[in-house]
Design a protein around this ligand. Structure first.
Ligand SMILES: CSC[C@H]1O[C@H](OP(=O)(O)O)[C@H](O)[C@@H]1O
Length: 354
């Protein structure tokens, strides 16, 4: 039985509100919540109730549109001030996934280029819908592009959650896996649990079981021995920001890339063009460091001494020479070889993509 498409964010401008699946409660509790203020939305982003680079782009876009719809201003200038300050509040929620800033900026520019409050509200809603529609198309295109690298029988390792829950729908890394499964390929997935917030254990397994795709849950530390035993044919993960010399993705990705290289296993990134930040390099990227208690506890269960010092970066950078290919909606690219092609594509594309 084909399941309904999984869409973690729905924008209802007529109310107005942003409806979302509260991902911190999955897999045991499926709860839909509604953000009717930018602060409620920002809180959901900060706690990873809404998460995943393309989904953050959609959330940022909808957040600016929500701000425009609810702003109470006497003058157009006051209105612009209110929307810009809400956009800044959304920008400050998480620093690494570049899609968040594209989504915010795309809708904010639609507001700033309007000539009245009413026109700005309409333009903001249209722009936010364009971001969501673009990401939906992009994820399905990434899935299709990725088919060329998936053998007819493939044992795929993935890390964190780059699925429908991280996008408008379908997913990037899981989008390739879904497309391959739909194309009749014999796919089995090893999902790394992804400490400390367990996006792999909680979200990726839940998505793949829901779609009837073969999945085995492993701890992050089990990946290396599976590669050594030749149990993995390729690795596919998502990305939060791709710069000229590195790919930033969930912490632990670099470890898998080094392991894959050591065992001559192809290592692919699946990401939309809007995840590329080709003007920057690894040393310029701010890597989000999160609350130490995320490592000392999980849902109240103590996993480390209360006073133990903790380092909790949410992402790591993988040098591009460890990446076999980057699967995008426009094709499969390699860095640094294709950087100019990527720049040209980004200059020419509709800025409605996240
Ligand atoms: C489709 S991009 C998903 C990407 O985002 C995740 O990070 P987080 O769960 O902290 O938002 C992870 O890096 C995934 O690969």
């Amino acid at each position: 039985m084909k399941m309904e498409p999984l869409r973690p964010i729905l924008f209802h401008p007529h109310i107005p509100e942003i409806e979302y699946i509260e991902q911190t409660l999955l897999p045991d509790i499926y709860e839909v919540r509604k953000a009717q203020t930018v602060e409620e939305l920002a809180g959901a982003i900060r706690r990873l109730g809404i998460r995943g680079a393309p989904a953050l782009g959609c959330a940022g876009a909808c957040g600016v549109a929500l701000s425009a719809l609810v702003a109470k201003a006497g003058t157009f200038l006051e209105f612009l001030f209110l929307v810009r300050s809400d956009a800044e509040r959304l920008r400050e929620t998480r620093p690494t996934a570049v899609n968040l800033f594209y989504g915010i900026d795309f809708v904010l520019s639609a507001v700033l280029t309007s000539s009245s409050i009413e026109e700005a509200k309409c333009n903001a809603v249209d722009a936010a819908k364009a971001v969501i529609d673009a990401d939906t198309r992009t994820c399905h295109a990434i899935g299709k592009t990725g088919l060329s690298v998936i053998p007819d029988t493939a044992r795929i390792l993935t890390h964190c959650n780059a699925g429908a829950l991280a996008c408008a729908e379908w997913g990037t890394a899981l989008g390739v896996i879904r497309s391959a499964h739909e194309a009749g390929k014999n796919i089995s997935v090893y999902a790394c649990e992804t400490r400390p917030l367990l996006q792999g254990a909680r979200l990726t397994t839940w998505e793949l079981l829901r779609d009837g795709i073969d999945v085995t849950l492993i701890t992050d530390s089990m990946a290396a021995v599976l590669m050594r035993k030749r149990k993995i044919d390729l690795v596919i993960v998502g990305a939060d920001r791709i710069v000229s010399d590195a790919v930033f993705n969930k912490i632990g990705t670099y470890m898998h890339a080094v392991c894959a290289k050591a065992h001559n296993i192809p290592f692919f990134i699946a990401a939309p063009l809007s995840t590329f930040d080709e003007e920057n390099s690894e040393d310029k990227v701010i890597v989000e460091e999160r609350n130490p208690d995320e490592v000392r506890k999980f849902r109240g269960c103590v996993t480390g001494p209360e006073l133990v010092p903790v380092w909790n970066p949410a992402f790591d950078g993988t040098p591009v020479d460890l990446v076999t290919g980057i699967i995008t909606e426009y094709g499969i690219f390699s860095l640094p070889r294709d950087i100019e092609t990527i720049k040209q594509l980004k200059r020419g594309k509709d800025m409605g993509e996240t």
